[in-house]
Design a protein around this ligand. Structure first.
Ligand code: SF4
Ligand code: SF4
Length: 322
């Protein structure tokens, strides 16, 4: 195949080299998925969403990767303390660690760089429907309408926790998931389902302040704080508002208590979309739509579906909380 990538004898060695290159790029876990490995239901869901992106055409495999955002180390904790001091106590609105950097953008950047390497190595490999040197052969999905979770589960990137998050062996659920199409036909990695990483301890369900986690697993969205913080629903029911706390964005309680996230997990280094741990809720409330958009532009909260009115709504709930 791509001779320049190291004189491969088998497709397996291509796969392992791609995996190693992606791990070297800072991803904590990398798996390969042949789309036909997806169950019919999941494939239908993914393909319906993917049609507009023309995913599938000339993309016999997908690279699915986890980028860790980790848990707080001493430097991050010091940053949090100083952000805390900078805002008057009664007006503090908290931003969760996963949203304090734009890890989605960082993952896309890293995958783009990888794709450039693959293309460089594969110049001239345009046979049998493989267009290995074309930019369009490497389409990246991250925080996109294509749901990454079914892809992650189908190739063993992790297994689903009772709190519905994907738990990875290396970094627990403290990861964001990204995928990139590959023009090479590679053998799919096996799903993790034989040994679920979720130990069923129930700590997440016990700790959830709104009791949103079902006994049998999964989340009742309309009870989940993060669902509302992400801009869903026209209003926040009173019993959810009462548990809101000082959050502007990001409820992580069900992750914080999970045994898989208790060990130190180093987050990928990035300065993309940096946000402080605390902002002043009064200032957010006083901002115009344009000012809110400008403030959060390029950050993990600058998403098109998270409107200024949603951010203001969260700020109001944080400010009202006692
Ligand atoms: S994000 Fe928060 S509210 Fe939602 S399930 Fe987890 S702990 Fe419960
Ligand atoms: S806290 Fe326990 S039950 Fe919940 S996801 Fe983690 S391992 Fe599973």
């Amino acid at each position: 195949m791509c001779k320049e990538m190291g004189c491969y004898k088998s497709i397996d060695s291509v796969k392992e080299t791609i995996r190693t290159m992606a791990m070297d790029a800072g991803f904590s876990r990398v798996r390969i998925l042949a789309p036909f490995m997806l169950s019919e239901t999941v494939r239908g869901l993914v393909q319906r969403r993917a049609l507009e992106d023309r995913w599938g055409e000339g993309s016999p495999s997908l690279l699915v990767a986890a980028l860790p955002y980790g848990n707080e180390d001493a430097t991050a904790a010091a940053g949090r303390a100083s952000a805390e001091q900078a805002v008057e106590e009664n007006c503090r609105a908290y931003i969760a660690p996963f949203a304090r950097r734009n890890y989605y953008k960082e993952a896309i950047k890293r995958l783009q760089k990888l794709s450039q390497t693959f293309r460089r190595f594969c110049i001239g490999i345009n046979a049998g429907g493989i267009h290995a040197d074309r930019r369009s052969s490497y389409r990246i999905f991250c925080n996109s309408p294509i749901p990454e979770k079914p892809l992650a589960l189908a190739c063993g990137l992790g297994s689903q926790g009772r709190n519905s998050l994907v738990i990875t062996p290396e970094a627990g659920s403290l990861v964001i998931i990204a995928a990139m199409t590959l023009p090479f036909p590679l053998e799919s990695d096996a799903p993790e389902s034989t040994r679920s990483l979720c130990v069923g301890c129930g700590f997440c369900a016990e700790a959830c302040p709104t009791k949103a986690i079902r006994r049998e697993g999964g989340i009742e969205r309309n009870k989940c704080i993060q669902w509302y913080a992400s801009g869903n629903e026209a209003s926040v029911p009173r019993h959810i508002a009462e548990q809101w706390g000082r959050r502007l964005y990001g409820c992580t309680i069900c992750q914080d208590v999970c045994p898989h996230n208790k060990r130190p997990v180093r987050g990928a280094e990035t300065s993309e979309g940096s946000l402080p741990a605390y902002v002043d809720a009064r200032k957010i409330l006083a901002m115009s739509d344009e000012e809110i958009k400008t403030f959060f532009k390029g950050t993990a909260m600058g998403l098109s579906w998270l409107k200024p009115e949603h951010i203001r709504r969260s700020a109001g709930l944080a400010l009202a909380w006692r």
